[in-house]
Design a protein. Structure first.
Length: 438
């Protein structure tokens, strides 16, 4: 993991937030390459979940919502973690922190940070929602929350979307957006952060059809990740046992990835029943039934949710792509990202900065720029330039050499096979298009 974190910083994927001030706990910024990677991931998700499906509509709901939403959803009362405080060193832990040896509150249990015995409090419940105030007065009546999940924005808009899009059940609503959780034991780089982005889709179905749709989405989502090039043996499902299952869920599976720190969830597929819409109907006083005129039926739909973290999935992509290979006695570090996700699609290099090479290389670069995110690099030896692009995960390297100015051909180096092909300078665009959209 340390090697990946240092590569992420070195190449401009991820930086610590407010680093010059010492950083802000578990908040991260994406640099030039990271911003592209995450964007490509979100675009692929949106394409698969919205554009390619007739039965799913997109939504972009606000982060701030009526505070009653969070009462109805159960977050005000129940979105809590049991926490333990050390009276001596003032540190705070989750009650299930593996570093705690023995029950907190027991005089024999030691604080895992300061090592003192008997200084830990008994567990107390702590709400994970960030609170702020709306309007000029900081009083209880003005309390508002930063949303801890995007799902609720979809539920409260379900009738608006249904009516404006003229969809019929079964249909879905998809959304990508920020969520905030005041996590107490964050860590493992961008795995658990306090500000993150979710890619959620809520699929509304007739009660009774829920199991079938649950199975459908479970299979579909796993297939999608495999289609991004993630190694199948590093992916698995984990079904929630009775003690893990949320109060509203009938069945739930996590899609897990084998990180260097173990198997961990990065997407959840949940059968949320009619819990959410029933609660919003109750708390808002507005009817949220679906009226099926042709069958002369009305009911509150069941919801099948697919809930992924964009940041966590981006971390999966980085971890899975990271390889160290021996090439001619040297270690090559390469990110084998799927070309559609790679931040840069190609880099263009003049072999040396003379004899007409930079002019031709610039021309090719300018031509490609209109279609792909490409990079021009004329600094340092060609070997170093290739290595930099390997670390960035750039699938192709286009080199203008001495022969190029004679016969208008260039070499195109493949990141994964390291093979170089000669291609007519005027056809590089076509060559890349065929391979990048495959
Ligand atoms: P965990 O058990 O890891 O806290 P969760 O079960 O609370 O996760 P959900 O509420 O199901 O997670 O959220 C759905 C997805 O949102 C997760 O699979 C994950 O990808 C992402 N996610 C949730 N919390 C965080 C976080 N603190 N940082 C980054 N991503 C998160």
């Amino acid at each position: 993991m340390d090697k990946l974190v240092s590569l992420a910083k070195r190449r401009g994927f991820v930086f610590q937030s407010s680093e010059i001030y010492g950083g802000l706990g578990s908040v991260w910024d994406y640099g030039p390459l990271g911003a592209e990677l995450k964007r490509n991931l979100k675009e692929r998700w949106w394409r698969a979940m919205v554009h390619e499906r007739e039965d799913i509509e997109g939504l972009d709901a606000a982060i701030l919502m009526h505070p009653k939403v969070w009462e109805a959803s159960g977050h005000v009362a129940g979105f809590t973690d049991p926490l333990v405080d050390c009276r001596q060193c003032k540190n705070r832990f989750r009650a299930d922190d593996p570093r705690l040896k023995g029950p907190p509150g027991d005089p024999e249990t030691k604080c895992p940070v300061c090592g003192n015995k008997g200084t830990l409090t008994a567990p107390r419940m702590f709400n994970l929602m960030f609170k702020t105030f709306m309007g000029p007065v900081e009083e209880d009546a003005a309390v508002i929350y930063l949303r801890p999940e995007t799902a609720q924005g979809i539920y409260v808009n379900y009738l608006n979307v249904l009516q404006s899009s003229r969809q019929k059940v079964p249909f879905g609503i998809a959304q990508i957006g920020k969520a905030f959780r005041n996590e107490i034991t964050p860590g493992n780089f961008t795995f658990r952060t306090r500000e993150f982005e979710q890619m959620e889709m809520q699929f509304f179905v007739k009660p009774g059809a829920d199991q079938q749709w649950f199975e459908f989405w479970k299979a579909e989502r796993m297939k999608w990740y495999q289609g991004l090039g993630i190694r199948a043996e590093k992916l698995r499902f984990h079904q929630h046992g009775p003690d893990e299952l949320a109060h509203y869920a009938k069945d739930a599976y996590d899609i897990q990835y084998e990180f260097p720190f173990g198997w961990q969830e990065f997407e959840g597929i949940h059968n949320r029943t009619d819990f959410d819409l029933t609660r919003h109907q109750e708390y808002s006083g507005k009817k949220l039934e679906y009226v099926d005129a042709s069958a002369n039926e009305r009911y509150i739909p069941y919801i099948i949710e697919t809930s992924a973290g964009a940041d966590r999935a981006a971390l999966v992509l980085l971890v899975d792509a990271y390889r160290e290979e021996q090439v001619e006695g040297e270690t090559r570090v390469v990110l084998k990202l799927h070309p559609s996700l790679a931040p840069l699609k190609a880099a263009v290099f003049p072999l040396v900065n003379k004899d007409g090479m930079p002019e031709l290389a610039r021309r090719i670069y300018d031509d490609l720029r209109g279609r792909f995110n490409v990079f021009y690099d004329d600094g340092g030896s060609i070997g170093r330039r290739y290595r930099r692009q390997d670390e960035a995960g750039t699938p192709f390297g286009v080199t203008v050499d001495g022969q190029s100015t004679q016969d208008q051909t260039v070499t195109v180096r493949d990141r994964d096979t390291l093979l170089q092909e000669r291609v007519a300078a005027g056809r590089v665009d076509e060559y890349l298009s065929a391979r990048l959209t495959a």
